[in-house]
Design a protein around this ligand. Structure first.
Ligand SMILES: Nc1ncnc2c1ncn2[C@@H]1O[C@H](COP(=O)(O)OP(=O)(O)OP(=O)(O)O)[C@@H](O)[C@H]1O
Ligand SMILES: N[C@@H](CCO)C(=O)O
Length: 324
């Protein structure tokens, strides 16, 4: 569960009084998520999400994240809108933590990903990339290629405890990626964590109803965001790759933002990089989550298997892109 900070009824009533959003009717912790403390807050006017930012979020990054949500909302993208207090300030403090209230989005993340979800995701991702083009703040990706080796080194021998030989595999992959990482592809604001839990749909519909959780957003290669989505959405629970899902994702993305030949050619290396990024962060969390902690760390092994798949890919056609 992800309620790290307890907020009393008095605290919340005092906090909500700093906004023009009515009076608190109900207030309860949300179990999903691992990074921050989230509450579903109902006032007599509307539902809202209250987030208290926990240790892993750098407070200096919060103006970027909240400013991005403001920007995307103003462009018509369906994402949480930061609510500003009566003094105009959105980023505040509650119970010793930075905190913000955002609008509540209707819809649900898919329990089981079907090919039509990947089509809707492709449209939404491209719309998000275009909407971010004139956002004038900058945040470097703290989890891009340069950070992977130090992250790996901080895991010590942990990799081999998970799977004998994993350390050598990661070391060789780092050598490959550091040499072959593309430098000159179109860049802009990326979501960087657009997993299924961060994308909402209305039941039975292809169109995405909303995107949430912009707390890894940063400036990086736009096609890298596609690679992250391919890894998160286009593998089946048995870790086999579903090319129909990838084809839907890519075909719908390119309807809104056509991909350059250089971006298409780079997809295999970007997919390898994305697989390694989530393998490493999961490995780090696996090693560093104390026993009995409230949060269950995600399994790094899923991303070993995804990485192996992309290492065997010899052409972007493996992702169904040849048929566009
Ligand atoms: N604006 C919103 N509207 C509706 N529900 C939301 C909204 N924001 C968050 N939620 C709900 O809260 C849950 C946790 O939110 P979020 O994913 O932002 O948390 P997190 O701790 O940053 O998690 P993680 O990084 O692990 O995905 C979501 O899965 C969703 O159910
Ligand atoms: N999406 C990440 C978790 C943190 O946001 C993962 O699946 O490893």
């Amino acid at each position: 569960m992800a309620v790290y900070t307890d907020v009393s009824d008095e605290d919340i009533a005092r906090f909500v009084a700093e906004y023009d959003i009515g009076k608190v009717v109900s207030f309860k912790g949300i179990a999903e998520g691992v990074e921050n403390t989230n509450f579903l807050l109902h006032t007599d006017q509307a539902p809202f999400i209250l987030t208290l930012y926990e240790k892993r979020v750098n407070p200096d990054d919060l103006p970027f994240f909240l400013g991005l949500m403001d920007h995307l909302s103003s462009k018509g993208l369906n994402c949480p809108t930061p609510i500003h207090g009566t003094d105009g300030v959105a980023l505040r403090r509650l119970c010793g933590r930075p905190a913000a209230i955002t609008s509540f989005l209707q819809g649900m993340s898919p329990r089981r990903v079907l090919p039509h979800h990947c089509a809707g995701l492709g449209d939404a991702l491209a719309q998000f990339h275009l909407a971010g083009q004139d956002f004038d703040n900058y945040r470097a990706n703290a989890l891009s290629v340069k950070s992977w080796r130090p992250l790996f080194e901080s895991c010590g021998n942990g990799a081999d405890d998970i799977m004998p030989g994993l350390s050598a595999m990661i070391a060789a992959e780092l050598d490959y990626l550091e040499t072959n990482w593309p430098a000159k592809l179109p860049a802009g604001v990326i979501h960087a964590d657009l997993f299924t839990d961060n994308v909402f749909f209305f039941p039975g519909q292809e169109e995405v109803s909303g995107l949430i959780d912009f707390y890894f957003a940063c400036n990086d290669l736009l096609a890298y965001d596609i690679a992250i989505c391919m890894n998160a959405w286009c593998f089946e629970p048995d870790n086999s790759f579903n090319v129909t899902k990838a084809q839907n994702l890519l075909a719908h993305y390119t309807r809104t933002r056509p991909l350059g030949a250089d971006e298409i050619a780079a997809l295999p290396v970007l997919a390898r990089g994305s697989a390694l990024r989530f393998l490493l962060t999961r490995l780090y969390d696996w090693i560093n989550t104390p026993e009995g902690a409230l949060v269950t760390p995600k399994d790094p092994r899923e991303y070993i298997s995804k990485l192996r798949f992309h290492q065997k890919v010899t052409s972007p056609a493996a992702y169904g892109i040849g048929d566009l």
